[in-house]
Design a protein around this ligand. Structure first.
Ligand SMILES: Cc1cc2nc3c(=O)[nH]c(=O)nc-3n(C[C@H](O)[C@H](O)[C@H](O)COP(=O)(O)OP(=O)(O)OC[C@H]3O[C@@H](n4cnc5c(N)ncnc54)[C@H](O)[C@@H]3O)c2cc1C
Length: 267
């Protein structure tokens, strides 16, 4: 079992776009949040009938208390929830997991993110386990969002203000292509899904192996149109994912084969 109910303890406006929702988790043992700095949970806004949920990174975790920092973008159930929820409200939380795993030998890492991955990026920087040279490519709205990131020695921030994030075309993949990638590096990506595909291909094209990156699409531009197209090919592309898992390829390879199948289907 990984599901738990949780109660909103506080909702706080951190910046023009970010709202911190602090939750008390009723069954922290069942939820079992992993220690990874990009740990995330699915939040189900109607605890009585957990249907549609949205994923949010665990910005802080202390005992049964967690903080989620939610970007307020144009519209969507997650944005509406974060903008309106108040102390005492209940939600369901489930599917705690994490991805950030630099290989032990990596001495250089690239963190690539837009606003959606800013909370996880902040926690990764805060919890850097060892001296590892870090380049953070961040695409945000303005300087308020850059101020949100902790300052750490050995971290170079490359920023693009006002692009991507639903404001306009994203520059994330372009900025990554402009960097020189060392052979023994690691890349963690959290941001818009089309950009995640471009970045993953670029890393592979530079000879990086699958253990050198954890690239995750956190959201999708114009997801309504994409969802309608996906519904037409869902069975076929999900079969590719299931077959890869059944062949023992593991979730990471299966996810890549799933994304390749999506691309072949024009998605
Ligand atoms: C592992 C993981 C961790 C995440 N952590 C966080 C986090 O800590 N904080 C956070 O805010 N988000 C985070 N996200 C992203 C978040 O789950 C999505 O942005 C989600 O789609 C928001 O739901 P919504 O109901 O607001 O919008 P939706 O109903 O999903 O979408 C409505 C419309 O808004 C657009 N849209 C969706 N998300 C964004 C966005 N971020 N920017 C601009 N337009 C958008 C869609 O294309 C669509 O047109 C995470 C995602 C994953 C997978």
């Amino acid at each position: 079992m990984s599901f738990s109910f949780a109660t909103v303890v506080e909702a706080l406006q951190l910046s023009p776009r970010l709202r911190r929702i602090s939750l008390q988790v009723e069954n922290a043992a069942a939820l079992a949040i992993p220690p990874g700095a990009d740990a995330a949970v699915g939040v189900y806004f109607d605890p009585e009938s957990p249907g549609e949920g949205r994923n949010y990174s665990v910005r802080r975790h202390a005992g049964d208390l967690i903080d989620l920092d939610v970007v307020l973008h144009a519209s969507g159930p997650g944005t509406t929830w974060a903008a309106n929820t108040a102390a005492g409200d209940r939600v369901g939380v489930d599917h705690a997991r994490s991805w950030y795993r630099p290989p032990p030998g990596a001495d250089w890492q690239l963190l690539v993110t837009d606003l959606s991955g800013l909370p996880a990026t902040a926690r990764i920087l805060e919890e850097l386990p060892r001296a590892i040279a870090t380049v953070a490519v961040v695409e945000v709205a303005d300087h308020h969002d850059l101020d949100y990131l902790p300052t750490r020695a050995g971290v170079t921030v490359v920023s693009s203000l006002g692009t991507g994030n639903g404001f306009g075309p994203s520059q994330l993949a372009t900025l990554v292509r402009q960097l020189a990638l060392p052979a023994a590096g690691y890349c963690w990506f959290a941001g818009e899904a089309a950009q995640s595909r471009e970045v993953r291909k670029h890393l592979r094209g530079n000879g990086w192996t699958i253990d050198q990156y954890d690239v995750t699409g956190y959201w999708r531009l114009d997801s309504e149109t994409w969802d309608a197209k996906f519904a037409l090919v869902e069975g076929d592309v999900l079969a590719v994912y299931e077959r890869a898992l059944a062949d023992g390829k593991g979730d990471k390879v299966a996810s890549e084969e799933f994304d390749d199948a999506l691309e072949r289907a024009g998605l």
